[in-house]
Design a protein around this ligand. Structure first.
Ligand code: RFL
Ligand code: PHB
Length: 392
């Protein structure tokens, strides 16, 4: 089998890249290790920044997002028992976010791909990057018991943090910058109508908490916990009580309770592999970088990478212009490091660090007070949260 771009991974990065390349007239094949049902039901991110919303609309895959997504004009920071709202449009020249589950974006992209009859192999086993230096590239994989050899001009490694593409990248290990945090998030999805309209990021003596949502019927909530937290010690009642303490306010506001449909623990990590391309192999999304979820940036960064990769590949195939491909890592890394800083900053400001001395806690409190009381401080949060505009 032959194509122009072989794409490993059908997460948001791989699927959107495939769609953008198709719109640019570039043939591509997507291979995915998991089943369609698995990727469509994997609950992850929920916040789409303005750039992502605009790009999905431009690419013609934004109809359901526009119908079912929840447009938000701000978030709230809760500390010392009081909520402080950060208004996005007034601080960012009219930009906002849309709350729409990552798995819904994935469903929309899969539906679009299948409707166009473009190749997408689920349950592709034993994927191996066979060649990516010289004049051509190749991926081998097994599908329905048959070995398939995919010959291509380029390979896009969109296979997430645990994928094979970064492992195959020469020099990747020497280009890694990493920080692992001493805490994690216990996340739940509950059948409960959100009892307020916007997200709440809470700093509390017991630890961080986040109030988010997926729809007018579904609430998404997180609690700071330990990285090795034993979920069996967290019956529903204990979770709701902790959420009430950390998110409740003096006026009696509490998150509405409901049946907990899913529980999980997410580790927190900052990670950048600065080597994002070599020969004919390009990394995009979580394959190259991870942010702690406090800044809601992971999926949005994946989208920014593939936007740039698709445009660079189009320039190459249309005009033989290699400039975009040659500077791919360099260009992406500017936005990546901005998001890394923002995610680290939000994480540092809002979480409880066990070993931190009282001095650092006072610094955290002072920073939060500054962010909510100074227009300049609020704007730093707002413009990063809604996403800085693309510069090209
Ligand atoms: P993905 O989504 O991990 O997709 C990679 C795909 O590659 C497949 N794969 C392979 N396929 C074939 N052969 C192999 N050898 C393969 N190895 C792997 C995998 O099965 C998978 O389908 O990476 P991608 O596309 O780069 O997307 C990145 C995002 O998923 C991630 O950054 C976000 O979910 C992060 N994130 C958030 N991002 C946001 O922008 N806003 C948020 O509000 C937000 N909240 C979150 C988050 C991530 C979370 N978790 C669980 C880590 C909240 C949480 C709790
Ligand atoms: C979510 O809704 O899952 C979510 C929202 C904001 C974050 C992280 C996760 O910062």
């Amino acid at each position: 089998m032959r194509t122009q771009v072989g794409i490993i991974g059908a997460g948001p990065a791989g699927l959107l890249l495939g769609h953008l390349l198709h719109l640019a007239g570039i043939d591509n094949v997507v291979i995915e290790a998991r089943s369609r049902q698995y990727v469509e039901e994997r609950i992850r991110a929920g916040v789409l920044e303005q750039n992502t919303v605009d790009l999905l609309r431009e690419a013609g895959v934004g109809q359901r997002m526009d119908k079912e997504g929840l447009a938000h004009d701000g978030v709230e920071l809760l500390f010392d028992g009081t909520r402080h709202r950060i208004d996005f449009p007034s601080l960012t020249g009219g930009r906002r976010i849309v709350v729409y589950g990552q798995h819904e974006v994935v469903k929309d992209l899969i539906a679009a791909r299948l409707a166009l009859d473009l190749p997408l192999y689920f349950e592709a086993a034993d994927a191996l990057i066979e060649r990516f230096e010289g004049d051509s590239a190749a991926i081998g994989f097994v599908h329905e018991g048959k070995k398939i050899q995919l010959e291509c001009d380029f390979i896009a490694g969109c296979d997430g943090f645990h994928g094979i593409a970064r492992q195959a990248m020469p020099g990747a290990l020497d280009a890694v910058f990493e920080r692992i945090y001493p805490f994690a998030w216990l996340g739940i999805l509950a059948h409960a109508a959100p009892s307020t309209d916007e997200l709440i990021y809470a700093r509390h003596a017991e630890g961080f908490a986040l109030f988010s949502m997926r729809s007018p019927q579904i609430t998404r909530l997180y609690l700071q916990c330990t990285p090795d937290e034993d979920l069996s010690l967290w019956p529903d009642e204990r979770i709701w009580e902790a959420l009430d303490r950390r998110l409740g306010t003096a006026d009696g506001w509490r998150p509405t309770r409901g049946e907990i449909m899913q529980k999980g623990v997410t580790p927190m990590r900052s990670f950048v592999c600065e080597k994002m391309h070599h020969g004919r192999l390009y990394l995009a999304g979580d394959a190259a970088h991870i942010v702690p979820p406090t800044g809601a940036k992971g999926m949005n960064l994946a989208v920014a990478d593939v936007r740039h990769l698709a445009r660079s590949l189009a320039r190459y195939f249309d005009h033989g212009d290699e400039a975009g491909l040659e500077s791919y890592s360099q260009t992406c890394l500017k936005r990546i490091w901005r998001a890394e800083h923002f995610s680290w900053w939000m994480t540092s400001m809002l979480h409880r660090f066990e070993d931190v001395e009282p001095f650092a806690a006072r610094i955290q409190e002072s920073e939060l007070r500054y962010v909510v009381s100074s227009e300049a401080g609020s704007r730093v949060l707002a413009e990063n949260y809604v996403g800085l505009p693309f510069s090209d």
